[in-house]
Design a protein around this ligand. Structure first.
Ligand SMILES: Nc1ncnc2c1ncn2[C@@H]1O[C@H](COP(=O)(O)OP(=O)(O)O)[C@@H](O)[C@H]1O
Ligand SMILES: [Mg+2]
Length: 453
């Protein structure tokens, strides 16, 4: 752990910073939207690295969990690694009240006030300064695309979106996404947009600067990219169209086209799969279904038929080759700026191991994700509007087919299997987190099991 003047132990020869921060973090972490282990107390908390980014501002990687595991952990059994930016000072100005973690009682920061430095414009301005010029701080490495100059002094603001990470917008020109749950390796949200920019794909904002750690393992920590001003996400636009009764099929068709363009660029930028993985995919889907049915009894009457849908994967046309995909595509992951759709957030499903998220998969998985999203939008309010969803789904597939050269609607068996797999995931999610919403994916389960369309 790099030691700096600021961090020099104050009272004892060996002062563990966690003596100061441990109890504050145990209380604060579970209240953060991006913290995955909300339903469990933080029983284990360890410091993986601490770097003084500038006086009074600490960059930390902490490990939370239950058992000893790999350095970064990687899920419920091995624990999780989180990235934090904490400020430590004598007094906190009242305007930073919301950022307060509390006062350290023991250890090297005893008597000092600890707060969330992401909410402190002075700290986030200095963070942008670090990103503007390549260099290092302890194990942290700051890198940038020298062809895109970032002006100094852009005013920062925290984006208060419902996010699984934290983002800062600088002067409405750039957005910095700080990955909260860190896994070893390059994050696909840096890797993929970087590779797509290399292909000349304009559907994805290209990384401008980024930073990573080299300790305890190599991992991506944050990415700065151009901010799409006046953009609205697809979910907001769909909600608006549903409320006003405006047609959304033209936008859905363009979105299908944009998705196909991103898929084509991904297939050129990364190697594609050669083997037919349908047997393994069907087995994994069946396993997920069986374990979900164990937890959610409402699924049980449909299990036999849905297993049939997965089994049919092996027999049906394997469809387009496996390739790198988005991995978590839905209406909340697309932005419309001007008259164009952009695709963001290539992290994949953060709950899955990074290595798995970087493997090739069927592009049908992304298509199914978006089709399910139209269905969710149409079932936000009563009366449900399944017809609205059906028209958007048709339009999306038509737009996709026009650009990709193959029509998802003609891969009926594949689409049904991937939609079912997604709906099973949703059933489990809703049962755990929002039981009132369970009827939404259950309606899809019923449709997919009974009619299969
Ligand atoms: N390049 C961008 N331009 C404008 N807004 C953006 C951009 N990237 C992200 N956002 C905004 O930030 C939100 C969260 O971004 P996202 O990458 O999806 O983070 P998360 O992984 O936390 O879901 C988006 O829904 C969007 O509102
Ligand atoms: Mg997102």
């Amino acid at each position: 752990m790099p030691k700096t003047a600021f961090l020099r132990p104050r009272r004892t020869a060996v002062a563990d910073p966690m003596l100061s921060l441990g109890s504050l973090l145990r209380d604060w972490l579970p209240r953060q939207r991006w913290f995955a282990g909300k339903d469990r107390p933080v029983t284990e908390l360890g410091l993986l690295s601490m770097t003084e980014l500038f006086p009074g501002c600490l960059h930390l990687l902490v490990r939370t969990g239950h058992t000893a595991g790999p350095a970064f952990g990687g899920g419920p059994s091995g624990g999780d690694c989180y990235q934090l930016l904490l400020g430590v000072r004598e007094h906190l100005s009242p305007r930073l009240g919301r950022a307060l973690l509390g006062q350290a009682e023991e250890g090297p920061f005893a008597g000092l006030t600890v707060y969330d430095a992401l909410r402190d414009p002075r700290s986030t301005q200095l963070l942008l300064e670090r990103l503007r010029s390549p260099g290092s701080a302890g194990p942290l490495r700051f890198e940038c695309d020298p062809s895109v100059p970032v002006p100094a002094g852009l005013p920062p603001r925290v984006l208060d979106a419902e996010q699984s990470n934290s983002s800062l917008v600088y002067g409405d020109e750039f957005i910095l996404k700080l990955f909260r749950r860190v896994q070893p390796g390059i994050n696909p949200d840096l890797e993929v947009p970087g590779a797509l920019a290399g292909q000349g794909c304009r559907r994805v904002p290209a990384p401008v600067a980024w930073f990573r750690t080299t300790h305890p393992q190599e991992a991506t920590l944050g990415v700065l990219q151009p901010y799409l001003r006046d953009a609205s996400d697809g979910w907001t636009l769909a909600m608006r169209a549903l409320a006003t009764g405006d047609d959304f099929t033209a936008q859905a068709r363009e979105l299908g086209r944009a998705t196909a363009e991103v898929h084509l660029a991904l297939a050129s930028a990364f190697p594609t799969g050669v083997h037919d993985e349908s047997g393994r995919t069907a087995a994994a889907m069946t396993e997920r279904l069986d374990s979900a049915a164990h937890y959610v009894p409402a699924l049980k009457p449909f299990v036999l038929r849905l297993r049939g849908a997965f089994g049919a994967l092996v027999a049906c046309d394997p469809g387009p080759p496996a390739q790198r995909i988005h991995g978590d595509l839905h209406l909340g992951q697309v932005l419309r700026a001007g008259r164009e759709w952009f695709v963001i957030d290539f992290e994949g499903e953060p709950s899955r191991p990074l290595a798995e998220r970087r493997t090739v998969q069927s592009p049908v998985r992304d298509i199914a994700g978006m089709l399910r999203s139209f269905d969710y939008a149409a079932r936000q309010r009563r009366p449900w509007r399944p017809e609205w969803a059906r028209r958007c789904r048709e339009a999306f597939c038509a737009g996709y087919a026009a650009r990709a050269g193959w029509d998802p609607r003609k891969k009926h068996g594949l689409l049904r299997a991937y939609e079912t797999d997604r709906a099973v995931y949703e059933v489990l999610y809703e049962a755990r987190h929002r039981p009132d919403w369970l009827p939404v994916p259950m309606a899809a389960i019923e449709r997919l099991a009974v009619r299969g369309d």
